[in-house]
Design a protein around this ligand. Sequence first.
Ligand code: PHE
Length: 764
Amino acid sequence: MQDLSGRSVGRYRIVEKLGAGGMAVVYKAYDTRLERDVAVKLIRLEAFPPEVVEHMLKRFEREAKALARMDHPNIVPVYDYGEYEGAPYLVMRFVQGGTLKSRTGKPVHYQEAARLLVPIARALDFAHRQNIVHRDVKPANILLTTSGEPMLSDFGIAKILETGEAATLTGTGGGVGTPEYMAPEQWLNQISPQTDIYALGVVLYELVTGCKPYTADTPAGVLLKQASEPLPSPRNFVQDLPKAVEEVLYKALAKKPEERYLSMQDFAAALELLARGVAQGETATEMSSETPVATTQILEDSTVTLDDRASSLMPFLAQSASLPESPQHAVVPHAQQAKRKLSKWLLYGGLGIIGLCVLAGAIWAAINLFPALMANITQKTPLPSADLITPAAQMDTEDQPVATVPVEAAPSRDELKIAVLAPLSGAVPSFGVSTRDGVQMAIDEWNDRGGVLGKKIVPMVMDSQCAPDPAVQAIHAAIDDGVRFVIGEVCSVASIPVAEIANGAGVLQISPTSTNPGVTVDANGKTRAFVYRACFIDPYQGNVMARFAFDYLNVRSAFVLRDVENAYVVGLADSFAQSFSQMGGKVVGEAAYTAADTDFNTILGEVAAAKPEVIYLPDYYNIANLVGAQAKKRGIWVPFLGGDGWDSEDLDLKAVQGGYFTNHFAPEDPRGEVQEFVKKYTDRYHKPPDALAALAYDTANLMLIAIQKTGSDDPRQVAEMLQPMEFYGVTGAIRFDDQHNPQKSAVIMKVRDDGVHFEMIVNP
Ligand code: PHE
């Protein structure tokens, strides 16, 4: 395939080739619409026989959609897919720091190896829960961000290409999986989560020992070994490798799928223990002196007072006297030193063992060639034998007790996970993107300053689709995963059922944007102790719009539209209608619809007949787009008024041109902290922040400050800390009332054909 550099593939301008495999070429490209770098993976059409191409394209499309829904911080996100001259392509995030392959070839300390693989195991577990098996886990598919964070890529590519592979590649000796990392049963096309466990086990083996367990000149040779040869003892390569590490390797690399870890979650838990140094023969003192440990562990000892970083936090911290003096914050003074120590250690460790792969390989060959010899050698040096595959049995015979690796998931001591429930798919995906990005930016800033309570903050972004069922599923999955802090959902209809669950489970939830009162207060009028929000509520928002219409637009008649199935829309419509009437205005007509409706002509006929001066349509932007466009088409130019749900880069400006909506934030706000935030955000994401991004940013800061001030990550204590707290964010000041609602002022935005513009601030 020719090099496409300089060409345009859809809206992506190809910059340069990054790499090429048998079936696909990966390019660095520039997304001209969103103005950011991306990676474009273009399938080589010529690698497939014509008969299978059509079928493959269909599969590709289906799989791309499944992949796009898979949102996990350690999975390279898929942004888009398309077709270029008949060949399908995937558009993914561009990750800059190389791949894990660069770390192979010489032994990496087992703790470091496990630390690198824990997030990958978690990502795979996340995928397995959605019935997606990766099938091609290997170092080359584990990308490293510039900060060294591992990210799994090429998700499901193997599955997508399966048809083509079956037809062509077996003949050429290729294979979709990579032979060295393929479980024995994968050759028989028996794919299960266990297949990925095996492959990740091979990666761990390779990192820890510096060698792949099975190599041969041909794929068939590798297959034979995977299926029949016992695992070469990792201690052949690293003599002082703790037994617990070997035990994990033997279990992950068991020949029979059912003898491996029962789930990726179990494997992840075992890796987490290894990452923390829970391995036989290593005492705590040993670990703290010479062995490399995660930077966050080192950081726990060093604290500085608030003054050192007060300036960067100032917008968010109460400047009033209610702020306790000098809270302690962990910082990173020794991080550099620690890193240097780490690489030195790796270098020495590496040098000492280099070359051993070859030697051990030779011994290994000898053993296999001369079985008689094997008996002799195994007596002297414990070399692999069949029963070693059942590690427990073997270990029991050793004199020293072995630290068992529990199967239960153990939350990592050095991480604070925050679930982010964001609608990344469904009717309003732009809400999800802004929310995710706003939270991510705040968390990155905290992590750059050393995290919270000495822990690294890890967002778990989950696609909750602005709908009750997926949101409920997401919160259950998060809780199962040990998460105790939740940001989200965006939409009230999703936040309400989540609130019920979070509150019951003692999990702290702050919704950045859900404005329906029923989020923080339950059906009996009782405030949920564990649920807060960072925005004003709908009775206020509806009232503000009524005031604006009555006092500033000077209108006296309005038509009100309601999605009767959406609590957010109903709440806003009701409060607007009530306030407007009380002021002396007249609601000259009302109409009901549901999200399933697409044809609004009948309703618009009623609107035209009622001759209102304004139409209140407090729904999400997708509905505003639909109704607005149909109205303009019919020649109805009465201005539409809306609520915060209109706030999206996907709002169709033409459809609701001339209208106004209430909102939480305007990038034009001249306050210094707002301008600083707008600049940072725009530099990073190449577009200005909307209200959701700003509220998400504030919410993450609010939550983390509360945790920091509490000095503990016990959600109950943090919730209690929040109640009286004062917080100044980019969306304004927060002080909670006894229903956990902040009183904030609203802004009115005007929709013009060239964009959405700040009109005025309305105070309560
Ligand atoms: N307030 C909306 C709700 O409660 C969500 C939303 C907020 C949407 C801000 C867009 C912008 O459902």
